[in-house]
Design a protein around this ligand. Structure first.
Ligand SMILES: NC(=O)c1ccc[n+]([C@@H]2O[C@H](COP(=O)([O-])OP(=O)(O)OC[C@H]3O[C@@H](n4cnc5c(N)ncnc54)[C@H](OP(=O)(O)O)[C@@H]3O)[C@@H](O)[C@H]2O)c1
Length: 319
């Protein structure tokens, strides 16, 4: 297929482009910064500069590229700083997920593009009640914290707009596996504590596995939502010490909820104590996908090259 990857120079885009080319696809990859064009060319794709918020430019780029398929991987998270307000930190990405998605879908419709796959997110999205691991069919959080409501709404908009148009939204877990992973510095500096009981569950995915699942979704997926996460959703109190160890850092500190609320705000406390993880059963069943790193236990060790917990550590099965 002739595939247009929007956001090809980013963390997932740079893993995806080589895998698409290896599978025999022809790739056109977009970027924004002039300095990232070479990165895309070096991966074997044709670089095109494109601002997703410029509807006319999006229409022109898609009509000129005449792709069979589009993969939307654009975010604006490279300068992300932790904020008590997730909506403030995610503001530019939220615009890409709403206006940007709409611009691209309109252009795809006009150019009669057959397949459309877009980046969505799994962790912290699902309802904070009931089981700790959620399938795609289970409800999203109906009452997100006020400072996260725009971010939740933007992700919901993307999911609905893409699937209503017959496309596929991939709810990825937290990415890891690159030198600029957002958690590396805070964990190394012991700025990321276990809050309260640390029962909040996260789902992770190695970037190479996320890219492999994306190729399969593009080739075989049915319209709808897929969680693209590893096999082991896990509570904060389990995964954080393993990440610290893999990074050669001291064990994480422990903060009571009230202290974390003072220092980091309600969002941090919610993520640490109430967040739900996601199940990858549908993606494995329908796409025939098997993650190379079935758990962050192997993945963190491979990515960060440090010491790991012994393999005998019991696997968490959360229901
Ligand atoms: N599921 C997850 O956990 C998740 C998801 C996404 C990102 N992240 C993390 O966030 C960090 C930063 O992500 P990143 O390296 O991918 O950088 P990023 O800044 O989020 O950029 C991603 C891609 O989107 C493009 N882009 C940015 N603004 C755009 C716009 N207005 N129109 C069209 N394209 C636009 C970028 O182009 P340029 O390169 O030219 O700027 C790049 O190709 C990484 O650590 C990553 O792992 C995590």
């Amino acid at each position: 297929m002739r595939v247009l990857v929007v956001g090809a120079s980013g963390a997932i885009g740079t893993r995806l482009v080589p895998q698409l080319i290896e599978r025999g696809h022809e790739v056109i990859g977009t970027h924004v910064s002039p300095t990232t064009a070479d990165r895309i060319g070096g991966l074997g794709a044709v670089p095109v500069q494109l601002d997703l918020l410029d509807a006319r430019a999006v229409r022109k780029a898609v009509l000129e590229a005449q792709p069979d398929a589009i993969v939307l991987q654009a975010t604006a998270l490279s300068d992300l700083r932790w904020s008590r307000s997730l909506d403030k930190a995610f503001g530019p990405t939220n615009r890409l997920r709403t206006e940007g998605t709409d611009n691209l879908l309109a252009a795809a419709r006009e150019a009669d593009v057959r397949r459309f796959v877009a980046q969505s997110y799994a962790s912290t999205r699902y309802a904070r009640t009931g089981s700790w691991v959620k399938t795609e069919d289970e409800p999203l959080d109906p009452n997100p914290l006020p400072s996260t409501s725009e971010t939740h709404a933007a992700m919901r908009h993307l999911d609905e707009a893409v699937t209503d148009a017959g496309g596929i939204a991939l709810r990825y877990g937290g990415f890891y596996g690159a030198a600029n992973d957002g958690l590396i510095e805070p964990v190394r500096k012991r700025q990321f504590p276990i809050v309260g009981d640390g029962a909040g569950v996260s789902s992770f995915i190695h970037l190479d596995d996320a890219a492999a699942a994306t190729v399969l979704a593009l080739e075989l997926g049915r319209p709808g939502i897929y969680n693209i996460v590893d096999d082991e959703p896990a509570p904060l109190h389990e995964w954080l010490p393993v990440m610290a160890s893999a990074l050669g850092a001291k064990p994480p500190r422990r903060f009571p909820r009230w202290l974390a609320r003072v220092f980091a705000g309600d969002v941090a406390v919610m993520m640490a104590t109430q967040a739900r993880g996601a199940s990858n059963e549908k993606a494995k069943r329908e796409l025939g996908w098997t993650p190379r790193y079935p758990s962050w236990r192997q993945g963190f060790a491979a990515a960060y090259g440090g010491r790991m917990q012994p393999d005998t550590h019991p696997v968490t099965v959360m229901t």
